[in-house]
Write a protein that binds this ligand. Structure first.
Ligand SMILES: *Cc1c(COP(=O)(O)O)cnc(C)c1O
Length: 372
């Protein structure tokens, strides 16, 4: 069976580079932090700087995971118990979970049904005197409508955290993802477009003050030397993961290009498949195509065809966040959208197909054409 994300083929392709750097790290005796992590942070900042305006002053702080990065970002922005944060209702759990974990209240905004991104109109409706910020998730690899969101944020004095867990390498109107939020985050979970061999994440900010605070929070609230000024956490990236990421970062642009070509092939193929509509890429956006996602009217029948063609798939995501058990009875749950929302519709219709740079999409399309 075809793997959904072909990390084995990716490793085989860059094997020599990996083996050399892995050996260096394992024999260096330095396993946490150190020059591998410092160089990765520098190279990630340079990558963002090279991929659009506004990226020149960005600082990168590596940490233990994308979820940690969100928690640290909320801590750095001073989230307190009772504060409300607006998150999309259709996404991975982490943004809402981190808000609730810190005693805040996630409020769930609806999405645009074509792009599947958070709807600025829905966001504005949810603002109350307790609202402190918005977590904007660049879902499946393309940026949310940041110009509109920023206008709303400025009008109501809110911060924006940009969740680019799936979108490191994306752009919007020539500006790089990870430069739109007051703080941006990404995840290096293995199957993300830029993934390592375990857990990892990073935060990005152009604010010197926030960068310093983030570094302290990720390091037990300390600048070092056992002096702890604020309450922090332990969240750090291993040297080995950083080394692996540095290899993959060198190939990221090539891989993103192939992902985009794969998506274009699928788009072309599904044009003539009734009841199947690909996620729209909004004008001005380039996507990392973290997922190639379709909205399918009769998803069960479509799944039967995928199974017949032996094509693997994933359902991102099968339920709205506000309907998740963990938010039941909490303030803010069921606040924004109902079963009639676009978010709920997306949970019933969305399905993702293999699209990574090592997926043979021509072969998949051939198999699908045979069972159509
Ligand atoms: C994967 C993901 C996260 C969490 O990242 P981890 O590294 O798995 O903790 C957060 N937000 C979104 C949108 C994600 O896809």
């Amino acid at each position: 069976m075809i793997p959904f994300v072909n990390l084995v083929a990716q490793r085989n392709t860059y094997r020599k580079e990996f083996e050399e750097i892995e050996k260096n790290v394992l024999e260096s005796g330095r396993f946490i932090g150190g020059s591998q992590v410092a160089n990765l942070e520098k190279e990630l900042s340079e990558y963002i700087g090279a991929h659009g305006k506004q990226g020149k002053n960005v600082q990168t702080i590596a940490c233990g995971s994308g979820t940690d990065a969100l928690t640290i970002a909320l801590m750095a922005l001073g989230l307190s118990a009772g504060d409300e944060v607006i998150v999309p209702d259709f996404t991975f759990i982490a943004p809402a979970e981190c808000v609730a974990f810190l005693g805040g209240t996630p409020r769930f905004a609806d999405i645009d049904i074509q792009t599947l991104q958070i709807s600025p109109v829905s966001v504005e409706k949810l603002i109350t005197p307790k609202t402190k910020g918005i977590i904007a998730v660049n879902l499946f690899g393309q940026c949310v409508p940041f110009a509109e969101l920023r206008k709303i944020a400025e009008k109501h004095n809110l911060w924006i955290i940009e969740d680019s867990a799936q979108a490191f390498g994306a752009t919007q109107n020539g500006r790089a993802a990870c430069t739109f939020g007051d703080i941006a985050i990404t995840s290096f979970y293995p199957t993300k477009p830029l993934g390592c061999y375990g857990d990892g994440g990073a935060l990005f900010t152009c604010s010197e003050t926030l960068a310093e605070k983030i570094r302290m929070i990720a390091n037990h609230g300390s600048k070092g030397h056992y002096k702890h000024e604020i309450i922090g956490v332990n969240s750090r990236l291993d040297a080995l993961q950083a080394a692996i990421l540095r290899v993959k970062l060198r190939h990221l642009d090539e891989e993103l290009k192939v992902r985009q070509q794969n998506a274009a092939k699928y788009d072309d193929f599904f044009k003539n498949w009734e009841g199947v509509v690909p996620q729209k890429t909004a004008e001005g956006n380039t996507s990392t195509v973290a997922q190639y996602t379709l909205l399918v009217q009769d998803r069960d029948a479509f799944i039967a065809k995928l199974n017949a063609a032996q094509v693997p798939f994933c359902i991102h995501y099968p339920a709205t966040l506000q309907s998740q058990e963990c938010f039941k009875g909490r303030p803010g749950a069921s606040s924004a959208t109902s079963e009639n929302s676009n978010a709920a519709l997306a949970t019933r219709q969305a399905i993702s197909l293999p699209v990574c740079a090592f997926t043979d999409v021509d072969e998949i399309i051939k198999s699908l054409a045979a069972v159509k």
